[in-house]
Design a protein around this ligand. Structure first.
Ligand code: SAM
Length: 460
C-alpha cells in the first residue's frame, strides 16, 4: 500500500468502509486477469474450456498471459486482447443503442481500438463507425487495428473533438467518449500510472473531459446517446463531472440492467445512473461508465459537401471488383493513389467524412496505383469481404508465418509455384501479400506492423 500517494488513499477511504477498503487494496496486489474478445467476422475456433466474460459476447479469460505476439492469429485480427471490465460497453450498446437500426456511431477517443473493435462487432453492416484519435501516432496504431479487424464500414480519423463538433452537427446517433483520465483503475495492470498520479493531474483530466464533452455534444443528434467511460475511480472525473456537464447540456441518464452476480456497483446521484467496476468485486480492472441521452428527438443530419477527394474509380481498375466476394454491394473508388471500396449505402456518408475530416483510413483499401498498374494493399489481405478465390494463396505453418510477419525472407518453396502476387494465409485467414519472382520471394508485410521480437523469443 505504501506505493500509493496519500491523497489517493484518503480519496479511496471516502468510497469504502474499512473492511472493503482492505479488500480493495489487497486485490491490487493480485495478478491482473487476461482477457480477449473474438472477431465475429473471422472464422476461428473459439475455446470451449475457458471462462467467459459474463457481460460480453465471444469474450474469455485466459488462465495466464501467453506471448500474444507469437500467435499469427492476433496479426490476422482473429481476436483482440482487451481488459474485461471495459467490455461492459457492450451492455450499454445492446440495452440502449437500438442496434437493429442503421446507425452512425462515433468512437471519439479510440486508440488503440479496443472499444472500436467491440462496437464494430455489434453493429449491423448498414451502420457506420467513425473511430477518431486526436494524437497522430496513436491514430496510426488505431488504423492498423481497424484494418486487422477487417470491416469496411469503419473510418479512422485524426481530428480534435472541437473540429468534429463543428463540421458534423447532429450527425451521429451514438457517441462513445472513452475519455483520457487519471488511470486509477489501471494501477494494478500498469504500475507506472501510480507515479503519474497527482491531485493536479486529476483536476487537469477533469477539465479536459469537460472540454471534450462540450466540444462533441453538438455532433450528437437530439435523442441520441453519449456513452461516457473512464478507467478511474475519481468522482471528480466521473459522477461530479457529468453532473457539472448537465448544468450546460440537457440529457437524461439511462439505467443499465446488470445481474447481481456481475458485482457491478450502480450509483445514482441526482438522477445520474453510473456503473463502477472494482477489482475486488468483478474480474477486471477499475472502470466507470454512464449513458446519457440527449434531450429532444430528431433524425441525423448529413451536411452537403461541394468538393470531394473521393472519386468513382477509373475504368482500368474495374477488374478489382473481382477482388470482392460480393461486388454489387460496393462502390469502387479512388482517393489519391489508393483504390478502395465503400459500401454503396454508405457512399454519401463516406464523401462527407473524407471531405470534412482528416481521414487516415476508411472503407476497405484494396490497391495502390503505380507505374506498372497496381499493387495490393495490406488491408485487402485482412478484409473480410475479400474474394480469396481471386488469388493464389500460400498457406503457412506457424514458424513460416512468424518469419513472414517478421518481414524476413521467405524460403521460395513456401510460396506457390506461379509467379506474381500471392495471398499469405494462416489457418485460412489472410495475413498479407508476397510477390513471387523466378528465384526469390518479396515480402510485402508492412514495415511498421512487423514483429520486432527475435525468432528465439517467439519460439519460447
Ligand atoms: N478507447 C480506447 C480503447 O478502448 O482502446 C482507449 C482510449 S484512452 C482511455 C483515451 C484516448 O484519448 C487516448 O488514445 C488519448 O490519446 C486520447 N486523447 C487524449 N487527449 C484527448 C483530447 N483532448 N481529445 C480527445 N481524445 C484525447
Amino acid at each position: 500500500m505504501s506505493n500509493f500517494p496519500k491523497t489517493f488513499l484518503d480519496q479511496m477511504q471516502e468510497l469504502f468502509e474499512v473492511e472493503e477498503l482492505k479488500a480493495f487494496f489487497s486485490s491490487l496486489e493480485t495478478v491482473s486477469p487476461v482477457s480477449l474478445r473474438y472477431n465475429p467476422y473471422k472464422k476461428t475456433e473459439m475455446p470451449t474450456e475457458l471462462e467467459p466474460v459474463p457481460w460480453a459476447s465471444r469474450a474469455f479469460y485466459l488462465k495466464e498471459r501467453p506471448n500474444f505476439t507469437a500467435d499469427p492469429l492476433i496479426h490476422a485480427g482473429a481476436y483482440y486482447v482487451q481488459e474485461a471490465s471495459s467490455m461492459f460497453l457492450e451492455q450499454a450498446l445492446k440495452q440502449h443503442g437500438k442496434l437493429e437500426r442503421q446507425l452512425r456511431v462515433l468512437d471519439l477517443c479510440a486508440a488503440p481500438g479496443g472499444k472500436s473493435t467491440l462496437i464494430s462487432a455489434l453493429l449491423n453492416e448498414k451502420s457506420l463507425l467513425l473511430s477518431n484519435e486526436v494524437i497522430k501516432s496513436r491514430a496510426h496504431i488505431l488504423a492498423e487495428n481497424i484494418q486487422k479487424w477487417g470491416q469496411d464500414n469503419v473510418w479512422v480519423s485524426q481530428n480534435d473533438p472541437l473540429e468534429i463538433g463543428k463540421v458534423l452537427p447532429a450527425f451521429f446517433d451514438i457517441i462513445v467518449v472513452d475519455a483520457p483520465c487519471s488511470g486509477e483503475g489501471m494501477f494494478r495492470k500498469a504500475e507506472h500510472s501510480i507515479g503519474e498520479w497527482s491531485l493536479q493531474a486529476v483536476q487537469h483530466c477533469a477539465l479536459r473531459q469537460q472540454r471534450i464533452l462540450h466540444d462533441i455534444w453538438k455532433a450528437l443528434r437530439p435523442g441520441g446517446i453519449l456513452i461516457y467511460s473512464t478507467c478511474t475511480y475519481n468522482v471528480s472525473e466521473n459522477e461530479k463531472n457529468l453532473l457539472k456537464f448537465k448544468e450546460d447540456c440537457d440529457f437524461k441518464s439511462l439505467k443499465i440492467m446488470c445481474p447481481k452476480e456481475w458485482k457491478i456497483t450502480e450509483t445514482n446521484q441526482d438522477d445520474l445512473y453510473a456503473y463502477r467496476f472494482y477489482p475486488h468485486k468483478s474480474k477486471g480492472e477499475g472502470f466507470f461508465l454512464s449513458v446519457l441521452q440527449k434531450a429532444g428527438e430528431s433524425a441525423v443530419i448529413t451536411p452537403r459537401v461541394k468538393k470531394t477527394n473521393l472519386n468513382k474509380a477509373a475504368k482500368e481498375t474495374e477488374q478489382l471488383k473481382n477482388w470482392c466476394s460480393d461486388p454489387d454491394k460496393y462502390q469502387l473508388c479512388q482517393k489519391n493513389e489508393t483504390i478502395k471500396v465503400v459500401p454503396l449505402h454508405l457512399w454519401q456518408e463516406a464523401q462527407v467524412l473524407e471531405s470534412l475530416l482528416n481521414i487516415v483510413y476508411g472503407g476497405a483499401e484494396l490497391a495502390e496505383l503505380n507505374r506498372k498498374g497496381f499493387s495490393p494493399l495490406p488491408a485487402a489481405a485482412l478484409w473480410t469481404g475479400l474474394n480469396q478465390g481471386a488469388f493464389t494463396c500460400a498457406d503457412l505453418e506457424l514458424e513460416t508465418a512468424l518469419t513472414y510477419l517478421r518481414q524476413d525472407n521467405l524460403p521460395i518453396d513456401k510460396a506457390e509455384q506461379n509467379d506474381g502476387w500471392q495471398l499469405i494465409r494462416y489457418k485460412g485467414l489472410g495475413l498479407g501479400w508476397i510477390k513471387k519472382l523466378q528465384n526469390r520471394v518479396n515480402n510485402y508485410f508492412p514495415k511498421e506492423w512487423r514483429i520486432r521480437m527475435s525468432m528465439d523469443k517467439l519460439k519460447q
